[in-house]
Design a protein around this ligand. Structure first.
Ligand SMILES: [Zn+2]
Length: 366
């Protein structure tokens, strides 16, 4: 049985990934690791763009407090629906981590309304929810709630990691759900459940066909969507999460074939063209490619490149500055740059006092 399943896994791995015949398999599917502690423990990542009832992009942005407050009610309702289903299906513990990063120092979830059985993951230092929680023998399965399609998919708020970023591992453009999957797959933990819009359903159907998926809305553009009736969609979230945990042994943990070929591809408002022509940097058409020994090295390199690509955002800042203040802000910025140069060169510039690190609790992405 086990051998049959493994053979099927290899078949599936080959079939799922579009590649030329004879090309190396770019990833490996494996049976979930055995539960070692007798406790079925599930980690739930929540994002905030693929929520039930949601069609306004301001509802996932902390910068718009009135709309964000509404988004928090969507989020808490969806997470509670999934948590209920996981417990019904046999989970002993459900932990939740923020995979969104709204900028709110407090959790996006409304804690007073959250299912009291759920435990919020928190640490007293900044951590990256995609990679810093990974350890063997703790979680049996991962579920993701309120997710969005990848950059270029035309889904509601579709993006990957941040605005204008597209990430490829071994020639596969991936969603954040797949990033979570490849990260947890390193310790044999499968992603078993996801919710989001119809475009994310399409994004995941090829690479992760075992996922129990709930489509909560239809994207009509990146900024508009037709949500399903909330009660109906939430009932399906509960029923589907229940089925997912009941059957989680029949899903797959996935790992990237090594070495990993990584590509960061930028689209507006991000930009990588400043790296064009730099020796030893493999750049073409807004793409920077490199080879890494494993997932973690690839991920860390990509995150550094994201910082470079976000330099493209400043072009938008320039447009806003000109629109809001004519030439005034342009001149003030130019003068400030020249002052910084001349002050530094004259030995009279002191770096600003480092901002004291605030003693606070971190729940996932900042
Ligand atoms: Zn996201």
């Amino acid at each position: 049985m086990r051998h049959l399943t493994l053979a099927f896994a290899l078949l599936l791995a080959g079939a799922c990934v579009a590649q030329a015949p004879g090309a190396p398999v770019s990833r490996i599917l494996e049976e979930p690791a055995q539960d070692t502690d007798g406790i079925t423990r599930v980690l739930v990542y929540h994002d905030m763009e693929g929520l039930t009832g949601q069609s306004d992009p301001k509802t996932f942005r902390f910068a718009h407090p009135d709309r964000y407050a509404v988004g928090r009610t969507y989020l808490t309702g969806d997470v509670n629906a999934v948590v209920a289903g996981l417990f019904e299906g046999g989970a002993d513990e459900v932990h939740i981590v923020d995979g969104h990063g709204s900028g709110n120092p407090d959790p996006d979830l409304l804690l007073e309304d959250l299912d009291p059985r759920a435990v919020l993951v928190s640490r007293d230092a900044i951590f990256d929810a995609y990679v810093d929680l990974i350890e063997p023998g703790v979680y049996d399965a991962v579920a993701v709630v309120g997710m969005h399609a990848k950059t270029g998919s035309g889904g509601f708020a579709s993006h990957t990691f941040t605005l204008g970023i597209d990430i490829l591992f071994n020639d596969m453009s991936v969603t954040e759900t797949e990033i979570v999957g490849y990260s947890w797959g390193r310790v044999g933990v499968p992603v078993i459940f996801a919710s989001g819009d119809d475009r994310l359903a399409l994004d995941l159907a090829g690479p992760m066909p075992w996922i129990e998926f709930v489509t909560v809305k239809t994207a009509t553009s990146a900024s508009t969507a037709d949500p399903r009736p909330v009660d109906e969609a939430r009932a399906e979230l509960t029923a589907t999460a229940r089925r997912a945990i009941e059957n989680y042994r029949n899903t797959w943990a996935m790992r990237l074939e090594e070495p990993v070929q990584a590509v960061l591809h930028a689209v507006p408002p991000a930009d990588l063209s400043m790296l064009d022509g730099v020796p030893h940097i493999e750049y073409a058409d807004q793409r920077v490619s490199f080879q890494a020994s494993d997932f973690r090295e690839a991920y860390d390199g990509l995150i550094e490149l994201v910082t470079v690509a976000r330099g493209g955002y400043s072009g938008v800042l320039g447009e806003v500055a000109r629109r809001m203040s004519g030439e005034g802000l342009d001149l003030a910025y130019s003068d400030a740059l020249f002052d910084r140069w001349l002050d530094f060169e004259s030995g009279r510039w002191l770096p600003p006092e480092p901002i004291p690190s605030i003693q606070r609790t971190y729940h996932g992405f900042r």
